[in-house]
Design a protein around this ligand. Structure first.
Ligand code: FES
Length: 409
């Protein structure tokens, strides 16, 4: 025990959340339902102070990418945050908030231990097809919820599970490495008893026999099967698209190709003014390239953001010397660049298409699984949907604005 006094209770009550530094530790304090709580103040996703975040429904929302943490337990509530916060005992005495800087429990420490004990008596095997962030988080959550059987996480990419947002930003600019974006800490998968089968995908499911076939020909039985096969970049179907390189950005291999090509390019044409397109435009401008963004809708991110936010993003793009063509159809691409429907040519030695994603549902389809409900604009629930005390049905719309603004600048 190592109790330290911090701010006054009145000060915390007035703010609801406050950041303090005790013993060299950055700690966030919260006043919630007549009690006080303390967690680490630095988001486990990247560097952001949670004391500057939004508190709602027992959760704190990170101001940078809207990751959610349960204030009472420190538990990360889903992507983009995957690692729990440390929590600290806190109390009020003599009008002051006191914090014990010995962490209450190593984040996630008890559940794996319990699961390890349970593993000895659970003979089931959980197979997860798809080793992206969703697959990895499913494996981690299964352990955290006490699943004690074998867990096998299977993915076509040779990389361990990683987060995708850095692909279009820091990774592309060489400011970070893919290892920094890995979902599991070093040794974590082994500690949790999660077997990674990488570089080979599940290619078929025999539901009757409860068995999957992998790309390398091996077969694996399962008691439980999760499909987390994600989505792929939607491809351009335009005249000329077959005859020249058009870049896409969906996975690490795409980023490995795009990074050097972007550095070598002088004029970049981005087809699609969505998040990916704007991120790439931003990265290309950071590298000093001439950038044009061509968007079929009459404003940026029209389906996701209110008009004020789209207009703001267009203004930011203009301030950063990005040429914007909104409400503009494309006739085709050629070695010279992009030809607009009105015949104008946007010269480009690098073309990137960010025109959305299509679900990788072939495996489920071939296995005869019903695929209703996600046609023509499915929506995922919010990161905390259905999760304990701080569940929230869906992200607030301004979340997207807050995420988009720094990216576009
Ligand atoms: Fe907190 Fe990304 S820094 S969610």
């Amino acid at each position: 025990m190592s109790w330290h006094s911090s701010i006054t209770e009145a000060e915390l009550l007035a703010k609801g959340v406050a950041g303090v530094e005790i013993d060299g530790l950055r700690i966030a304090l919260y006043a919630l339902d007549g009690e006080v709580f303390a967690t680490g103040n630095i988001c486990t996703h990247a560097f952001a102070l949670l004391s500057e975040g939004h508190v709602e429904g027992g959760c704190v929302e990170c101001p940078l990418h809207q990751g959610l943490f349960d204030i009472r337990t420190g538990k990360a509530q889903g992507a983009p945050v995957t690692k729990d916060l440390a929590t600290y005992p806190a109390k009020v005495e003599d009008g002051l908030v006191w914090v014990d800087t010995e962490p209450a429990a190593a984040a996630g420490g008890e559940a794996p231990a319990a699961a390890a004990a349970a593993r000895r008596s659970d003979s089931r095997r959980l197979v997860i097809a798809g080793a992206g962030q969703a697959g990895a988080e499913t494996a981690r959550a299964a352990r955290a919820e006490g699943f004690g059987g074998e867990i096998v996480l299977i993915g076509a990419e040779r990389h361990p599970p990683y987060e995708r947002p850095p692909l279009s930003k820091d990774l592309l600019l060489g400011r970070t490495t893919l290892a920094e974006a890995h979902v599991f800490d070093s040794g974590e998968a082994e500690r949790l008893g999660i077997a990674l089968r990488l570089g080979t995908a599940v290619t078929a499911i025999d539901r009757e026999a409860r068995r999957v076939t992998l790309g390398d020909g091996t077969e694996l039985g399962y008691d439980l099967l999760v499909l987390a096969t994600g989505a792929g970049a939607r491809r351009l179907s335009l005249p000329g698209a077959e005859d020249r390189t058009v870049h896409y950005l969906r996975d690490a291999a795409d980023a490995e190709r795009l990074g050097p090509a972007l550095r070598a390019a002088t004029q970049v044409a981005v087809i699609g003014g969505g998040f990916i397109g704007l991120e790439i435009a931003s990265a290309a401008r950071a590298l000093g390239k001439k950038v044009t963004v061509i968007e079929a809708q009459d404003r940026l991110l029209k389906r996701l953001l209110p008009s004020e936010a789209g207009e703001f993003l267009a203004w930011v793009a203009g301030q950063n010397d990005v040429a914007l063509y909104l409400g503009t159809a494309i006739a085709g691409v050629s070695p010279e660049g992009v030809t607009l429907a009105d015949g104008r040519l946007i010269e480009a030695d690098l073309i990137l298409a960010g025109i959305g994603a299509s679900p990788n549902d072939a495996l489920a389809r071939e296995a005869g699984l019903p695929l209703g409900g996600c046609r023509g604009g499915c929506r995922a629930p919010g990161p905390a949907a259905g999760r304990g005390r701080c569940g929230r049905a869906a992200p607030r719309q301004k979340d997207g604005w807050r995420a988009a603004a720094p990216s576009a600048s």
